[in-house]
Each structure stands twice: as C-alpha cells, then as structure tokens.
Design a protein around this ligand. Structure first.
Ligand code: CMC
Length: 428
C-alpha cells in the first residue's frame, strides 16, 4: 500500500498510484478504474471473487469468523426477535419499523396481494410438470406489463412497488404450486399474516380445510429471514447487472430468480434433498458420497457444503439447525433424511479433505429438510428462497440505482484468432 490512501503499482517500469476505498469492515478496496487509461492493462479476476463492483451499506459478512449482519444487526438477533415483515421493512427502508410503520407496511402487503385476474390464464399455458422456478421467473417479468414501473426510488411509488413484489411473489409461488397439482387457486386473505397466508394458499382445500399450525407459520417466518440478504452474491449481481442497464425492477428481479435457480446457488436446497434421497436409496451409505465428493475425477460435490465467502460454519446453517431441533422436538415429524443429513455432516466435518478446504454446511444443508417438514414439495424449495431473498434484492437494486452506478460492462481478455481474410461461401 502507498502512503495512506493510495496503493502503488508498477507496470512495465511505470509506477502509478491507485486510490484506496475504505470499507467499514476492513475489506478495503483498490480503485483500479483508471488502470487501463494509465497503463494499458486491465485486471483479470475469474468469477469476480476478488472484485467489488459496487459500494453498499446493506450487508456485512465475515467469512472467516462466520458472521452475517444485515443493516448492522446480527442475523441471530433478527431471527430470534423479528418477524419476516419487520426484516423485509428493514431491508427495503433501511431501519427497523415502528409499530405504525409496520402496520402501514402490512396494509400495503395485504392491499397488493392479489394478481390481476388476466394473469391467471398464464398458469394454464405451462405444462403441469413445469418447474415452479421457470413459472415464477416468467410471471415476475410479466408483472411489468400489468403494473407500472416505479417512477422514483425516493417517493411512494417505490414503497408500493416494493410491497407489491414482496406480496405478489408469494401469491404467484402458491398459485404455481396449485396449478401444478391441478387444484383450484386459493386466494390470499387479509386476516392472515404473511406466512400463514402463504401456507393457506398452498394447502387449503374446500373439501379439507387446512389447519394453520402457528409453529409451522413461525418456522417459515424464520426461514424466510435466513434467506433475506447475502451481499453481492450471484443472483444479486444479476439483479444489479440488469438494473445497471436501467431495465425495470421486475425484469431485474426476474434475472435474480433465474440466477438463484442454479444448483451452485439457491438451487442447492433442492439438490441437497435429492442427494439425501439418493443416499437413502443407497442404504444410507454416506461414506460412498463423501468418497465421490473427494474424487477429483468425479464432478459430484457434496450439496449444501462449502461457500465462496464462508470458510467457517455458515451462521445461517447454525440457525437452521436450531429450527430443526425446535420443530422436530415439538411435533411428531419423522424424516429419515434428517438422520442421513446428520450422519453426512458428521462424516464430512471429521474428514481431512473437508477440514483442509474449510468446507462447512451452508444455508441450504438443513433448510430443505425444514421446508419438507412444513409440507413444501422439493421442486418448490428454491421458490421459497426467492420469497425470502426478495427484500434483499429490492434493497440492493434501490441502493445501486440511487448511487447512480454505471452500466456493468466487464471486459474480456481476448485469445481468439488475429484478423482473417474473408472467404466467399463457395470458396471455403
Ligand atoms: N463438495 C466437494 N468439494 C468441494 C465442495 C463441495 N460441496 N465445495 C468446494 N469443494 C472443493 C473444490 O473442489 C475445491 O477443491 P480443490 O482445491 O481440490 O480444487 C475447493 O473445495 C475449493 O472450492 P471452490 O470451487 O474454489 O469453492 P468456490 O468458492 O468456488 O465454490 C461453492 C463455492 C458454493 C460453489 C461450492 O462450495 C459448491 O459447489 N458447493 C456445493 C453447492 C452448494 O451447496 N451451493 C450453495 C451455496 S450457499 C447458498 C447460496 O449461495 O445461494
């Protein structure tokens, strides 16, 4: 580093000074935006894992210590003391709500919980076994043709659009499940809170009314808080990337949904459950799967393990484990996948391969088991992650737009052919 606020770099004998951008958590940055202009060089960072492309005051993660703070609050405090609505408000508006603010926010959520009746036809166009993430991404994009884009991030149109998205995505998620089952839609109700409403829309039936277990609604609420934001991960980068081109918020969120779908990202919760089912079918042989994960010639990875930032236990995985204990000890739920997950975790955490590489369970390792216990089917697990992550995406998008950030336009290092002479088609 240079004197105080600059880092020095020597390229081909030319010394330049690069400004240091100070962070509030010690992860300071070196501003290389003038590097090409001054030296002719660009930087290369595979996967951008050492590159910040925006400045944010939303989420702090200490991967070495296994700490996560959202707008300054420890994730443990939020999960233990808040409702998802409060945390959604915290993300979207920057501070925890007063009672009046929470009441107003809840009214917005109720007011905007329905989707336009014309949108119902879309569900019929999808194949019965279409993946709910595909349906959700398409439906969220189509919201932009039914509801106006917000005019200003600093006026009431932002509050309404944010509430509209947080509320309607939950409705769309439940409707896509009902359609996939060939069942009639159950509409949202104003007398139910956010999570009870979701469970009711998923499982109520005119022939068999659904009893909402308050513990189930509480566990779901806590699960959604666990997902709420996680800095500039792959899907949040997608939201910002699309936002940087000034596409509308719905389009940006839809891009985030598509990115989250990947099994290395939010799709890992579905992949974990499928992996545990495979292990069960293999007589619970966890060592076989540990061996496959360690085999460098096998593409298999232990799903729900490892993290790009955490080199310690993911704090969200610890909290998910607490929720497993609370739910499974309070209700008579038996899930053989839980025993397999526990054995797999113990085997991995005592294996040199995982210890050396600091691979620990991540958020997705236990959350799938919790959702299953609530009755949520496996192909809806990543949709649940979307519902939880939505306030984070909205907050990150707003901050990005308000900071007047530039369009994302990374470069590539070109290694293709030199100029070639054009040859007419008949002479090739
Ligand atoms: N199973 C086996 N080996 C692994 C795993 C795993 N799950 N994760 C990392 N490794 C190995 C990897 O092969 C590499 O080994 P080596 O040094 O011998 O080449 C080493 O550990 C470092 O891995 P990496 O690929 O540099 O790690 P990364 O930071 O690029 O990847 C990850 C992070 C999350 C993509 C990866 O750990 C992974 O694929 N995990 C399984 C999928 C998963 O659970 N994803 C959810 C992540 S948390 C939720 C979210 O992001 O939405």
């Amino acid at each position: 580093m240079g004197e105080s606020n600059y880092a020095s770099l020597e390229v081909n004998g030319k010394k330049i000074e690069l400004p240091i951008i100070e962070s509030s958590d010690g992860d300071n940055g070196i501003d290389i935006s003038r590097l090409r202009a001054e030296t002719g060089y660009i930087t290369f960072d595979n996967g951008f894992s050492n590159t910040a492309s925006s400045i944010s005051n939303i989420t702090h993660i200490d991967g070495e210590q296994g700490e996560l703070r959202i707008r300054g609050y420890n994730i443990e405090d939020l999960v233990h003391n808040c409702s998802f609505r409060e945390v959604a408000y915290l993300l979207v508006h920057g501070s925890l709500p007063t009672r009046d603010q929470l009441t107003a926010f809840s009214s917005y959520l109720n007011e905007h919980s329905l989707i336009d009746e014309d949108m119902h036809h879309f569900f019929s166009g999808f194949p019965r076994n279409g993946h709910p993430m595909a349906i959700l991404a398409a439906m969220v994009t189509s919201l932009s043709s039914f509801y106006p884009d917000l005019e200003d991030t600093k006026d009431q149109s932002f509050d309404i659009t944010a509430a509209r998205l947080v509320s309607k995505v939950r409705t769309i998620a439940a409707f896509s499940y009902r359609k996939s089952k060939g069942q009639a839609l159950v509409y949202p109700r104003h007398d139910l809170n956010y999570c009870s409403n979701f469970l009711n829309m998923m499982f109520d039936s005119s022939v068999k009314p659904y009893h909402i277990d308050p513990l189930y609604a509480k566990i779901l609420d806590k699960l959604l808080i666990l997902h709420v934001d996680h800095g500039q991960n792959c899907s949040t980068t997608a939201v910002k990337l699309i936002g940087s081109a000034k596409a509308n918020l719905y389009a940006a969120i839809s891009a985030g949904i598509c990115a989250l779908w990947g099994p290395l990202h939010g799709g890992a919760n579905q992949a974990v459950v499928e992996m545990l089912e495979n292990i069960m079918a293999d007589d619970g042989d966890v060592q076989k799967y540990i061996g496959m994960a360690k085999d460098r010639d096998n593409a298999f990875r232990l799903m729900g393990f490892g993290h790009a930032i955490y080199k310690n236990y993911d704090p969200r995985a610890k909290l998910a484990k607490e929720l497993v204990d609370e739910l499974f000890s309070s209700r008579e739920i038996n899930d053989p996948l839980l025993d397999i997950a526990r054995k797999l975790e113990a085997a991995a955490l005592s294996d040199e391969f995982f210890i050396e590489r600091k691979l620990y369970p991540n958020i997705d390792f236990y959350t799938g088991i919790l959702y299953r216990a609530l009755g949520i089917p496996t192909n809806m697990l990543t949709v649940m992650f979307v519902i939880g992550r939505l306030p984070g995406w909205i907050a990150q998008w707003k901050e990005f737009i308000d900071n007047k950030s530039r369009i994302f336009r990374p470069r590539q290092i070109y290694v293709g052919p030199d100029l070639r002479s054009f040859v007419e088609i008949d002479k090739r």
